[in-house]
Design a protein around this ligand. Structure first.
Ligand code: FCB
Length: 437
């Protein structure tokens, strides 16, 4: 790597991330069915209809995975808790095996010298709640608050940090407007409701954890830099609209008590009744903000109804996801979040990384390059005054990449999905060397 640990402040945290459904193996330990199981079982939604039933079998192999993290010199582990593992019906009776699992998991992190950075919800909604409308139902805030309390009563005493919901944009827009993720809806009213309820659920979870006396609570948001496809005013407006519903809607709700006008242009008629009254709950005080960042998009206007735009291909080198590599965007968003929304709060990069068609024995130099370029962007933002306290790589392991199945390999560690054997990649070894210095 082009950096060493000693280039960063002493308390700077290097971490790696995963999420429950993507690695644990959902069939183990008495978890209830989730909307990702049914989404994946519906032809056409997921590559080869793959699901998270076995995934990386982290459920049984976590000590081995944490030993690899410890050996690489990581300080922290960003993981998530599966709602349906803790509450198979989404509400009601907890699954004792599920609570025991997270208890053991957290103890093992600590035994391996890893600070637990938890996310309460990383997308696998229990089907019993999906049947009731899932994120479209205003009661989801209450249900989520109850889940938060149950899981955090058990493990909250050992958390370094907690965020309620991973990437609200994916829960709201990607899953209810674009239909790419479960529940696979394409409906503007469903989108507006889900986007708003993600925030009321977020606020309710923060309140629940404050009630338990917990601290270091934040939010994790994803960002994509929107380039206008050309230099016409129409393309500028198209990109600004994309930027508004992708990068500014949730932060606006939380930190400004308002949604951006460019989003209200399209969503206002579809928002749930009384939405204007929810900003006190939505704006519950946070202790830090996490940024997930991967890529940029080129946005061109078109004649469709709002948001009246489409993505067009861009010229930069791309990852296995066909995502352009644009490290400057990470610096941009670190500055934007700090200056426009979260002044005074520490920031963390909570996800950054790339998919590469890795095979054992071939060094993943592309990933080393990608990480170097993005860590340089991070260092620059810090030099410009951004209070960044940590950097997290997605992902520790190759895993279930949602609608793209097991084909897209994001891991620092290769996983053979037949034998489940773990093999650290060249990027793992490079990081290990950098973190040792
Ligand atoms: C993020 C998700 C994570 C993974 C990466 C590639 O949007 O949080 O689960 O899919 O993208």
């Amino acid at each position: 790597m082009d950096f060493k640990r000693s280039d960063f402040p002493q308390d700077f945290i290097f971490a790696a991330a995963t999420s429950s459904y993507q690695i644990e193996g959902h069939q183990f330990g008495g978890a209830g069915p989730t909307h990702w199981d049914t989404f994946a079982a519906t032809p056409g939604n997921v590559v080869r209809a793959e699901n998270g039933a076995r995934a990386c079998d982290h459920y049984h192999r976590f000590p081995e995975d944490f030993a690899l993290m410890r050996d690489a010199g990581f300080d922290a582990y960003r993981f998530s808790t599966s709602w349906a593992r803790v509450l198979p019906e989404g509400r009601g009776a907890p699954n004792a095996e599920g609570l025991d699992f997270y208890d053991r998991l957290v103890d093992s992190m600590l035994d391996h010298g890893l600070k637990p950075m938890a996310t309460l919800y990383h997308w696998e909604l229990p089907v019993a709640l999906a049947d009731l409308g899932g994120w479209r139902n205003p009661d989801i805030a209450k249900w989520f608050g109850e889940f938060t309390e149950i899981i955090m009563r058990r493990i909250g005493d050992r958390m370094f940090s907690v965020a309620p919901i991973n990437e609200p944009w994916c829960v709201g827009w990607l899953s209810h407007f674009l239909g790419h993720h479960a529940p696979g809806l394409r409906d503007i009213r469903a989108t507006a409701h889900a986007m708003h309820h993600v925030l009321t659920a977020h606020g309710t979870a923060i309140q629940a954890m404050r009630g338990l006396g917990m601290g270091n609570l934040g939010g994790v948001f994803n960002f994509e830099y929107a380039h206008p496809a050309d230099d016409t005013p129409e393309a500028a407006k198209a990109a600004a609209t994309y930027d508004a519903y992708y990068n500014r809607f949730f932060l606006g709700g939380i930190f400004k008590g308002a949604y951006p006008d460019l989003v209200l242009d399209g969503l206002e008629p579809h928002l749930p009744k009384g939405w204007q009254d929810d900003f006190e709950l939505i704006g519950e005080k946070l202790d830090w903000v996490g940024l997930n960042y991967y890529t940029c998009k080129r946005i061109a206007p078109n004649g469709d109804p709002w948001p009246s735009h489409e993505e067009v291909p861009g010229p930069l080198p791309k990852t296995q996801m066909e995502w352009e590599i644009y490290p400057e965007g990470l610096r941009h968003f670190l500055k934007m979040v700090h200056e426009d929304y979260a002044k005074g709060l520490p920031l963390y990069v909570t996800e950054n990384g790339m998919a590469n068609p890795d095979v054992i024995g071939v060094p993943d130099e592309a990933r080393v390059d990608y990480l170097n370029q993005h860590i340089a962007a991070v260092t620059q933002a810090m030099a410009e005054g951004v209070p960044l306290k940590g950097y997290t790589i997605w992902s520790l392991l190759d895993n279930y990449e949602w609608a793209l199945g097991y084909e897209k390999r994001f891991g620092l560690i290769h996983v053979d999905f037949d034998t489940l054997e773990r093999t650290p990649k060249a990027s793992y070894h490079a990081l290990k060397a950098a973190l040792a210095t």
